[in-house]
Design a protein around this ligand. Sequence first.
Ligand code: AMP
Ligand code: MG
Length: 400
Amino acid sequence: MLTTAEASQAILAAVRPVATEQVTLEQATGRVLQQKVVAERDQPPFDRVMMDGIALSFAAFDSGQRAFPLQGMQAAGDEVLSLEAGKAIEIMTGASLPDGADCIVPVERITVAEGIATIADDYPAKPRQFIHARGSDHRQGTELLQPGKRISANEIAIIASAGLAELTVACKPAVSVLSTGNELVAAGQPIEPHQVRLSNGPAIVAMLAEHGFDQAKHEHLVDDIETLKTRIAKHLDESSVLVLSGGVSMGKADYVPRVLKELGVEVHFHKISQRPGKPMWFGTGAEGQAVFALPGNPVSTLVCCRQYVVPALYHLSGLPAAAPQFAALTQPVNFAPQLTNFLPVRVLSNAAGGVLALPVPTNTSGDFTALSGTDGYVELAREQEHFPAGSVVPLHRWRL
Ligand code: AMP
Ligand code: MG
């Protein structure tokens, strides 16, 4: 049986990167950048005035001149004026520094009468103060963004200022979420006492959407070999990632591994030494489709989805792996050895800035009501049985 680390490695090694596509700037939010973004121009592109006031020559000020005839006015976006000797130009924030000027005096420190600006006696003007020098943020040609960046507002600002109206991003992976089980009935449908509400399908779709993969479609399948075969074959045609839930254990109606095999999906592993989620199955289809078959117990499904499916989607979209996180247990925990335990936790912090994990044990791997209010789960290594309070352990947040 694979360890959790071996299972993660096997998955990342097997998934294929998605194709790329061109989108407009307006469509780019949330997408994964697949090109470099290079500075179109110096930033700022000119010596940018940072105050409303007057622009003059520091040499004139330095020689003792305090009254300056106003030669004209230059606002942001106006063409650049040339300063005449002994004069000043009214200048607005965002304007390009007039030629010949190297000193800005803020409007609050001058008085203007009959076209002459007089600088306050005590004003200590300095050369190049309030001037955001051309190229001081970065030079033209500087690499501002690298492939593999999820595009949010900050990146949109950079891409727009680099002059790009279109850019190359990763295609959104086509994901099919296929829940299985004869006992399951969707919300909104009449239900019998012996039946169970279907929750894994919508929950997987929601988790993927929370991580930016909002194109997953869900279908529920009954535990019937022919139905499973036909429908899974269709989804293998349409999607590059399949996430199944249920039907992977040792029960008589657990047909999923067998059906996948018959459809030519090559098994990479079945079972991971972990709890919950031990029966998890992973394989690849003939065209490289990644096929995850998660155990149906709702806690197992959510943990396996977050632990294995989400990182795989990051990887195939060109996103770097999330940085590892750790937390200290607030109380001792004991587990039977041999299986890695994923224990749901609430994340707290202490006054020293430490990250703490408060265990929120679930009753069974079917008890998913306890998960609401948890922030993620900690990974308790299989080699260890007793974890004293304060043990620092890997933390996996539901949301990265
Ligand atoms: P299975 O892995 O198919 O043996 O399912 C294990 C347990 O999880 C059973 O009690 C199922 O009723 C339950 N289960 C499986 N799939 C779902 C689902 N989509 N929603 C809610 N419960 C499920
Ligand atoms: Mg089942």
